[in-house]
Design a protein around this ligand. Structure first.
Ligand code: FAD
Length: 378
């Protein structure tokens, strides 16, 4: 019987773990790697906003698993994970049970609607290339049919701001951002960036409703906590995310936003041999005790550490302690303005957009290799 190393999720964290683990275990015939995802492709989800305005097609930012796993000893199973039976070491999916010897959970995140009335039923999500394509189609219809459309984005964080910038650039229609904090990008903790981004968005025609909470979402309007009702041709929810609910359902210990509590090896606490990485895990900077943002850089770092630790488990060797290193993020506001801090250096304007593009190419290289980088740059 081969030892099944099962990886759930083929996003940044899961795919990279599978690829690195395959490299570490190439000479072992007693091991099989199984990668499970509901989709048969990997997506560059951080470019999803470019789908909304047709700058990119879905095929530009997705890569089929068959292509990615060609010549690799990784078995791919397309299935939706429902729950993990930790006692019997079995993953329950819509396509049957998958027993495991050791497990990596990298199922990403899901929207969190915080129980706001009507939010789940009446808002459009923006968390994948598929949801971006849905927004693109809805927008096209609205712009051609509605005289004065009002596109409302719930949440002025990173995702909401990038989406707003892209829509304003392309359609110049009214975009309203509703944000509970009194400034945009609250999790960034950089008042200077928040102000700059707010100024750029206002200049582009956005309306910012700051320090406002959404109490209710209806099919064609939203209601704020102070009772104000605002008509919405389209309402997009970007205001909250939580870890994949499979984590909680399976009985793993969780912290903020349902993210799994992990130890210094990225193992779920109290569950040796079950690793949780990427957006599904609560990652704390040991130097500052701050919770680190859910981002690609951390997902890739954890994948590297966990692939090494799985190898160490197989060999009975010492595991590697994962030390998170967050080097910063760059944000795009439409096609002309960007801002961010990377390796301690502030970048702004078109330079920031160039840096963002370079960061993307580095991701492409890490995930899919040089051939894909060439394809993207030609
Ligand atoms: C619109 C948008 C823009 C972003 N921009 C940036 C950016 O510019 N920079 C940055 O660093 N980060 C960005 N992020 C965040 C970044 O994408 C995530 O932090 C990163 O993808 C986390 O990797 P992951 O592997 O944990 O999750 P994901 O990449 O989300 O992968 C999870 C995988 O699990 C699969 N899956 C989920 N549930 C199930 C299930 N039940 N059964 C089977 N399969 C399942 C999904 O199909 C997916 O393939 C952005 C996110 C979004 C949504």
């Amino acid at each position: 019987m081969k030892k099944s190393l099962v990886i759930l999720g083929a996003g940044y964290a899961g795919l990279m773990t599978a690829v690195k683990l395959e490299e570490h275990t190439r000479n072992r015939d007693d091991v099989e790697i199984i990668l499970v995802d509901r989709n048969d492709y990997h997506q560059y989800v951080h470019l999803a906003y470019e789908i909304v305005t047709n700058v990119k097609k879905i095929s530009d930012i997705t890569i089929p698993m068959t292509e990615l796993l060609k010549n690799r000893r990784i078995r791919f199973k397309q299935a939706t994970v429902n729950e993990i039976d930790l006692t019997n070491k079995t993953v329950k999916t819509d396509k049957g049970d998958v027993p495991y010897f050791e497990l990596v959970i990298a199922l990403g995140s899901e929207p969190n609607f915080y129980g706001i009335k009507g939010a789940e039923e009446h808002s459009t999500r923006f968390n994948s290339v598929e949801s971006a394509a849905k927004i693109r189609d809805q927008l096209k219809k609205i712009i051609s049919q509605v005289k004065n459309p009002n596109i409302i984005i719930g949440g002025g964080g990173f995702t909401g701001v990038e989406l707003a910038g892209e829509i304003l650039d392309e359609y110049r229609c009214c975009v309203t951002i509703v944000e509970g904090a009194d400034h945009l990008l609250p999790s960034w903790n950089n008042p200077e960036f928040s102000k700059k981004v707010a100024d750029v968005l206002i200049e582009m025609g956005a309306k910012l409703l700051l320090d406002k909470f959404i109490a209710e979402v209806n099919p064609d309007s939203i209601v704020l906590k102070d009772g104000t009702q605002i008509a919405a041709s389209l309402f997009v929810w970007t205001a909250g995310v939580q870890a994949s609910t499979v984590i909680k359902k399976s009985g793993l210990k969780t912290g903020k936003s349902g993210r799994a509590l992990i130890n210094e090896f990225c193992e779920a606490v109290d569950n040796p041999g079950v690793y949780v990485i990427g957006d599904s895990a609560l990652v704390i900077d040991p130097a500052t005790n701050d919770i680190l943002p859910q981002c690609i850089e951390i997902a890739l770092q954890q994948a590297d550490a966990v692939a090494k630790n799985l190898k160490a488990d197989l060999e009975g060797a010492q595991k590697t302690v994962y030390r998170p290193k967050f080097n910063g993020l760059v944000l795009a506001v439409g096609e002309k303005f960007g801002v961010g801090k990377i390796y301690g250096v502030v970048v702004e304007g078109r330079l920031a957009l160039m840096v963002k593009r370079l960061i993307h190419l580095r991701y492409v290289y890490e995930v899919a290799g040089l051939r894909e980088v060439f394809k993207e740059t030609l």
